[in-house]
Design a protein around this ligand. Sequence first.
Ligand code: NDP
Length: 255
Amino acid sequence: MTQATQATQRRLTGKVALVTGASSGIGEATARALALEGAAVALVARRADRLEQLAADIRAQGGQAHVCALDLAQPGQAQVAAQQTAAALGRLDILVNNAGLMLLGPVTGADLSDWERMLDLNVRALMTLTHAALAIMTPQRSGHIVNVSSVSGRGASPTSAGYSATKWAVGGFSEGLRQEVRLSGIRVTVIEPGVVATELTGHITHTQTRETYESRVSTMTPLEAEDIAAAVVYAVTQPQRVNVNEILIRPLDQG
Ligand code: NDP
């Protein structure tokens, strides 16, 4: 295929996307997929080395990438991410709020710092980055906010109460936002993955819960990060009249 043919088939040429949690897992796969469709991508996470490597890969394939290495859990950093993106890449069309922590464990005796870390990242950073993105998208009269929730944003189990609370918050925020911004030309999509093979479970601090979860997952074929990236690409490449509100994806094995 010639370069000219490839360019005409890319559906996001001229668009700018900001992807949080781009240093691994779903965020990394999504950034690669959006770049392949022609979007210029801003890559946000704390591990600068991983982001620089990803940016180098994207540039090597003819894409455009900007690294924003920062900690979204710190106050003010979500706003910095949005402003850096607009300054470096000129606009902001797609925000993928993907960065998240899943610190599973029982409520009784829970380490409260686990809850604080999840609330700071999964909820507060997602909301404040959305707020900052709307300041750019509203005058453009177009934009797309993609919020990564979870099957745990639709249900809950004994060790998921804290995590589920943050993901239910994502669902509530997204639905209210969808209704508010649709008349400004801004679309909102919630992605709700089941089990995906990423680094997510490695951060669980409650050892027994982590072992039980890993043992359960070892009996199934989990989704790949690219499966979720494909869902994001589907949502953001639909015609402007189409607002894909929600995509729930489980591995075939997951009950
Ligand atoms: P990973 O652990 O691979 O990715 C998490 C990403 O978030 C990393 O890039 C990490 O980068 C980033 N991150 C963590 N803390 C911060 C912070 N303080 N500031 C900025 N970035 C941060 O997991 P996944 O790819 O699986 O997770 C992505 C999303 O998908 C999460 O919201 C998760 O809840 C959701 N999800 C995942 C499922 C799964 O089974 N894997 C299922 C359902 C939903 P760094 O450490 O470099 O900062």
